[in-house]
Write a protein that binds this ligand. Structure first.
Ligand code: DMJ
Length: 643
């Protein structure tokens, strides 16, 4: 083969023959390709990827659609976002688990030092499921922009309108009210001390048999009463008890359980309890635990619609619907009661996935056709259609409505969809469910395919407070009406208490066959230390300052003391209409989290956890209103100051 000589260039330039040159160039280009490729396997390659890949390629998949395919696609891509999130695929979703999935959230250097200063041995930190962060890991995590380091607790505190605990921890000036408040604090200490003595680390105390109960709601997680009590102990100033609780979280709260949990219960009690403890104390331990647990709940959303199933195995991520829920459906009050906590998980982790998941639920519910504007209790996570037309503001439906108005309030009144959905739902409730009894009591009936069941559950009594806190943002001509409606419902719920012999309310009361706010069935007569009626007293007190709400709260304290207090704690009772009490032998964790907290707030000044700054999740864990504009201004100020 003859090569034509190029002018001025020797065929054997640099002393190499053309064929040698060709081999050399081939080798050189191979080397370049190798180096370039190797860069992608280095641990911190995100910057390079940003340079070489288009933005869309490195963006997390929008899981808003929630489809299984979307999630699977996302998991297949070994991107840095995956590493960040450490997302666990649902069982069977991917053949292999990305290496980084087991990575635990890291602890900041300061947090470790603080804990060591507190006398904890280093091993304790690892025992509690924490991993100390190496310099390279820390650098990597901050580089990704999804690091929790971006949340500043100090900034958040500066954006509160009032100190979280008020001027003087909410101590009321009136001595009688203060005495009542002290009494509630004593009840909390008594409930806590007995739990500690007989059931430490278990989920609930069995006060009659003096032992612990674990149950099967929390998928093998322990210490529900501890997590549910953290914020109550803290606001009551029971610091020794709070410190014991915190130490337990640090050393013994094991999130690597492998059991079947209720997504809803784990979210409202554990995630909610840990988030509230973090926002009140600023202790990073709670933040990391909340984030670690939140991540374990994500696989429940891997359904064709993104509507999560009710039960999840916290170890494998497999999820399924409750056996008792018709046709494999998900429950409105369960998948509709994740919004507040998940928005805060995104806020703290700077990882959009949590918010995306709940916004997807919101979108679906907003779009779907609703019978008479009502939201039935059962929805298929596969088809996204209602499964049957049973509507209730009590069990199975309740906290979905609560989370709509609270999402709006928590967003600093920017979440217009939540607002619109809430007020439309309320209109439908008024048009279809609100009833007046022959005796003049306003109540919320249940709706079964157009037929009314004239029964109201204890659970539905939270709605007095809910309608109250939403009154001010309704249409101007409706505001007073909503406040009146809230007061009427709260009055009816109070009647369900006063009409029993123990002055505690039954699980459900009826308004038919001559009944007016009383239980007619034996199976509805029990009281399990539930908070809803007292919760409405607390909100109505804050909104109106009508002294009757404090009096009603005090009646409840006296009844609890007389009928539910036993030698070793508080117990639910089987029949509120009989004075020969029979106990259910269970001190529910929500008694410490909600019932006693709401009572304490009822007898405190309004600046203790001011409603201007906080919303309470459905387990009474306070979560702060997110003031985006203030947080951004604060960030700008910080940057200017440090420049
Ligand atoms: C609590 O766990 C929560 O308030 C939930 O929303 C409903 N049930 C109990 C208390 O009754």
């Amino acid at each position: 083969m003859v090569f034509r000589k190029l002018p001025g260039v020797s065929a054997s330039g640099m002393g190499l023959r053309l064929s040698q040159k060709f081999v050399f160039l081939l080798f050189l280009s191979g080397l370049v390709t190798l180096c370039f490729g190797a860069l992608f396997f280095l641990p911190d390659s995100v910057r390079l990827k940003r340079i070489f890949l288009s933005k869309t390629e490195i963006q997390p998949v929008t899981v808003g659609s929630g489809s299984e395919n979307d999630v699977r696609e996302h998991l297949k891509r070994p991107s840095d976002q995956d590493q960040q999130r450490g997302m666990t695929p649902a069982k069977g979703e991917t053949g292999s688990k990305p290496k980084s999935l087991n990575r635990k959230p890291s602890v900041s250097h300061e947090a470790i030092e603080e804990r060591l200063a507190g006398g904890k041995a280093q091993e304790d930190l690892t025992l509690s499921g924490f991993k100390t962060e190496s310099a390279s890991e820390k650098a990597t995590s901050t580089d990704h922009g999804a690091s929790s380091d971006t949340f500043s607790f100090k900034k958040f505190q500066r954006c509160l309108l009032k100190p979280a605990l008020g001027r003087d921890n909410g101590k009321p000036a009136d001595p009688r009210t203060n005495e009542r408040r002290e009494k509630v604090k004593e009840m909390m200490k008594f409930a806590w001390d007995n739990y500690k003595q007989y059931a430490w680390g278990k989920n609930e105390l069995r006060p009659l048999t003096k032992n612990g109960h674990i149950g099967n709601m929390f998928g093998g997680l322990r210490g529900a009463s501890i997590i549910d009590s953290l914020d109550t102990l803290y606001i009551m100033g029971l610091m020794e008890e709070y410190n014991d609780a915190k130490e337990w979280v640090q050393t013994s709260l094991d999130l690597n359980s492998n059991g079947e949990a209720s997504l809803f219960e784990v979210n409202i009690r554990y995630v909610g309890g840990l988030l509230a403890a973090y926002y009140l104390t600023g202790d990073e331990l709670f933040k990391y635990k909340a984030m670690e647990l939140g991540e374990k709940l994500l696989p429940a959303f891997n359904t064709p619609t993104g509507i999560p199933r009710g039960v999840i195995n916290l170890g494998s991520g497999t999820s399924w619907s409750w056996g008792w829920a018709s046709a494999g459906s998900s429950i409105l009050a369960e998948f509709g009661t994740l919004h507040l906590e998940f928005v805060h998980l995104t806020e703290l982790s700077n990882n959009p996935i949590y918010k995306e998941k709940v916004m997807n639920i919101r979108k679906l519910l907003n779009k779907i056709e609703k019978p008479h504007g009502l939201y039935p209790n059962f929805l298929s996570p596969v088809s996204g259609n209602w499964v049957q037309h049973h509507v209730s503001i009590g069990g199975l439906g309740d906290s979905f409505y609560e989370y709509l108005i609270k999402s709006y309030l928590m967003s600093d009144k920017t979440d217009e969809d939540a607002k619109n959905m809430y007020y439309s739902a309320l209109e439908a409730i008024e048009a279809n469910l609100v009833q007046k009894s022959p005796g003049g009591l306003t109540y919320l009936a249940e709706w079964r395919g157009g037929i009314l069941d004239h029964k109201m559950g204890h659970l539905a009594c939270f709605s007095g407070g809910m309608i109250g806190i939403g009154a001010d943002d309704g249409a101007p001509e409706k505001r007073q009406h909503y406040l009146d409606l809230a007061a009427e419902i709260t009055h009816t719920c109070h009647e369900s208490y006063t009409r029993s012999n123990t002055k505690l309310g039954p699980e459900a009361f009826r308004f038919d066959s001559g009944a007016e706010a009383t239980a007619t069935r034996l199976s509805d007569r029990y009281y399990i230390l539930r908070p809803e009626v007292i919760e409405s007293y607390m909100y109505m007190w804050r909104l109106t300052h009508d002294p009757k709400y404090r009096e009603w709260g005090w009646e409840a304290v006296e009844a609890l003391e007389q009928h539910c207090r036993v030698e070793s704690g508080f117990s639910g009772i089987r029949d509120v209409y009989t004075m020969t009490v029979s106990y259910d032998n269970m001190q529910q964790s929500f008694f410490l989290s909600e019932t006693l907290k709401y009572l304490y707030l009822l007898f405190s000044d309004d600046d203790l956890l001011s409603l201007e700054d906080w919303v309470f999740n459905t387990e009474a864990h306070p979560l702060p209103i997110i003031r985006k504009s203030c947080l951004q201004d604060e960030a700008t100020q910080d940057n200017t100051a440090s420049a």
